[in-house]
Design a protein around this ligand. Structure first.
Ligand SMILES: [Zn+2]
Length: 294
């Protein structure tokens, strides 16, 4: 089927689980994730990072991911991750992305609201969903290092969603991008408080390297979109490195094929953990949503 917007995906379900969102950087990543979705019968969100798009190209990835959606009966969303400027967002919408994140978390609150609201106006006119972020998420994100650790305030989150009209909200509850130096310490009380005040789906960034029990708890408390980037890159690279040490072949199936398989296996594990396995065929197009929400 055609790519769905984030909001269409969310509104097509009446049960709660988390959807895995994976950063994909080339054909093998995208194929590995789609092979996992097929094997698990899971909905999936394919993401391209704003910084990484300089490497892989928005248009190239849009073409690959549009085909991925058309080639399956499963619900698929194509999302631009961590865009900080409007120009890139407009280019992504023109390229066919169905969801964009505007990350104004580094801005003063009022400026974050104003710029996010502007993105929402533009994106919604094209039937594209918008994820906003409130509270900074520490760690390495694409090519930038975020050192500030500012947790999301529940009351401010409620006001932010109301004032901007975003379709999803990324929260900072102790999650970090990249690998955790110390064990992940998520603030579940804060997450529950945010969930109690915010109606749009909540997003957890930095979903790599978090113990399974904590992941399940975060999902139970309301996380709906769960972002995975680093774990997938580690699986891809380790498999490729190992294979290159084993073979002298220069054939892509003999080298990159192992990396693609590793992406598939890791993605399957994440889907099982998040509860989205088996949900692919249960998505229903809400009767009036296509016109109203897209
Ligand atoms: Zn992120």
């Amino acid at each position: 089927m055609a790519l769905l917007s984030l909001k269409e995906l969310y509104n097509g379900y009446d049960t709660h689980f988390a959807v895995a969102a994976f950063n994909v950087h080339n054909l093998e990543y995208a194929q590995g994730v789609m092979m996992a979705a097929e094997a698990e019968n899971a909905p999936v969100i394919l993401m391209v990072g704003a910084g990484m798009s300089k490497y892989c190209g928005l248009g190239w990835m849009a073409a690959v991911c549009k085909y991925a959606a058309e080639d399956t009966h499963l619900p698929v969303v194509l999302h631009l991750d961590h865009a900080k400027d409007l120009e890139l967002i407009v280019r992504a919408i023109q390229a066919g992305f169905t969801s964009v994140m505007f990350d104004g978390s580094h801005l003063p609150y009022e400026e974050n609201v104003a710029q996010t609201r502007r993105v929402v106006e533009i994106a919604h006119a094209a039937a594209v969903s918008v994820e906003g972020e409130l509270g900074a998420i520490a760690g390495v994100e694409d090519d930038l290092q975020v050192s500030k650790d500012l947790l999301t305030d529940p009351a401010q989150a409620e006001a932010f969603v109301r004032e901007t009209g975003v379709d999803a909200l990324a929260v900072s509850i102790g999650n970090r991008h990249g690998l955790y130096q110390q064990p992940a310490d998520l603030d579940f009380q804060r997450l529950a408080a945010i969930k109690g005040r915010v109606e749009v789906p909540l997003v957890l960034h930095g979903g790599s390297d978090i113990p399974d029990a904590h992941v399940r708890r975060a999902v139970a408390l309301g996380i709906w979109k769960y972002n995975v980037a680093t774990d997938l890159k580690i699986a891809f690279t380790n498999a490729l490195r190992a294979r290159l040490g084993e073979t002298d072949s220069c054939e892509p199936p003999a080298t990159l094929g192992a990396a693609r398989e590793a992406v598939k296996e890791l993605a399957r594990k994440k889907m099982q953990l998040l509860g989205c396995s088996g949900q692919g065929g249960r998505w229903k197009a809400p009767a009036q949503n296509r016109e109203v929400l897209r």
